[in-house]
Design a protein around this ligand. Structure first.
Ligand code: COA
Length: 315
């Protein structure tokens, strides 16, 4: 253990250091020649902190920020990450201290199910998270597709377009849709983060008054997408007999949206438990960029089930 270590809320003044340690930690773990180049111009720390400053923690040693962790609550479900520690201080229990604090927050939130995304072949990562009751389940491939060129008609509405009152209705409709997949699942935080920080937009598809699907997208540098990319942070199609069609339309809309933003790559993660969703993406020409494993805490499969049409990856 490291004497003098304190775990405290992450402050705005810490964000630059937190982002640097995040790049250095991942870049070092992955053996990059220039570790700080990890994830290019994609950014996590500021966006996550602004989405919920009470859910981000700093590890401080001798007045310096040496690690951080970010928790995310989607209603009845929560996940954490990126969790990072400065490489010269690995294996001294710092991540475990950050996780103790994060687990206390999960308890306060009273979530039914929680999880994380990690490296499936790393004994260090699996061993660390198992100590906190998270067990490896299925793989989550991160998939990418080159956006087909040419003009596109985007028939879906966008969250950024309606008035504030209408936005409240949209949030309610999104909540009802996700609740019908997993009780209490609520993406308001992600939708509002994208809206308030101008990270991209949330696409909404309607059949009359019924929301059939929505997709929360980050676009370009300074967001979790980075570069020339539209990243689907979360998307869901309404369950039931028309779910397959709604999901295909959702993928089509995300690609059209990327094209309207002049972005050439569309990226989305899908848990392989959602078998049909995964197969349909491959059939559309998505290819795997890399693969993580989910580790989960909570009874049952949560929303990682074969009949579910959700895109997300918990990174
Ligand atoms: C992963 C990371 C956050 C761990 O930070 P850390 O401060 O070194 O972790 P800790 O010292 O608190 O805990 C390490 C634990 O790993 C586990 N571990 C390590 N090697 C292991 C092995 N071969 N088998 C099983 N468990 C192992 C142990 O539980 C160990 O704790 P213990 O020895 O006290 O029981 C850090 O290595 C890091 O920043 N890596 C790069 C970024 C990253 O991968 N982040 C996580 C993405 S999901």
């Amino acid at each position: 253990m490291t004497a003098g270590l304190s775990i405290r809320p992450l402050q705005e003044a810490d964000l630059e250091d937190a982002e640097r340690v995040r790049r250095l930690a991942f870049g070092t773990f992955l053996g990059l020649p220039e570790p700080l180049s990890f994830s290019g111009d994609a950014e996590y720390a500021r966006g996550r902190w602004q989405a919920d400053p009470t859910a981000a923690f700093a590890a401080e040693l001798d007045g310096e920020l040496v690690g951080s962790n970010f928790a995310t609550r989607w209603g009845s479900f929560a996940f954490f990450g990126p969790l990072t520690v400065r490489p010269d201080l690995w294996e001294r229990g710092i991540a475990q201290r950050l996780l103790e604090r994060t687990m206390a927050l999960f308890s306060e939130w009273g979530v039914r199910h929680s999880g994380l995304f990690t490296f499936p072949t790393s004994p260090r990562h699996l061993g660390l998270y198992q100590k906190f009751g998270f067990w490896p389940r299925l793989l989550t491939p991160i998939l990418a597709k080159t956006v087909a060129p040419g003009p596109r008609q985007l028939s879906w509405s966008r969250f950024s377009q309606p008035s504030e009152r209408e936005q409240a209705d949209c949030l309610g409709a999104c909540r009802a849709l996700t609740d019908s997949i997993y009780a209490g699942l609520d993406l308001e935080r992600e939708i509002q983060a994208v809206e308030r920080q101008r990270l991209g937009d949330t696409l909404l598809a309607w059949d009359g008054d019924t929301l059939t699907g929505f997709a929360v997208c980050h676009c370009g540098p300074g967001t979790e997408a980075g570069g020339d990319t539209c990243y689907v942070k979360f998307a869901a199609a309404r369950p039931g007999p028309t779910a397959e069609r709604a999901f295909e339309q959702l993928l089509e809309a995300c690609e059209a949206f990327a094209a309207t933003r002049g972005l050439s790559q569309l990226v989305a993660g899908v848990n392989s438990a959602r078998q049909d969703a995964y197969r349909r993406m491959l059939a559309r020409g998505f290819r795997m960029q890399f693969v993580g494993v989910t580790m989960e805490r909570g009874a049952g499969p949560g929303f990682n089930r074969p009949e579910v049409y959700i895109l997300d990856d918990w990174r």
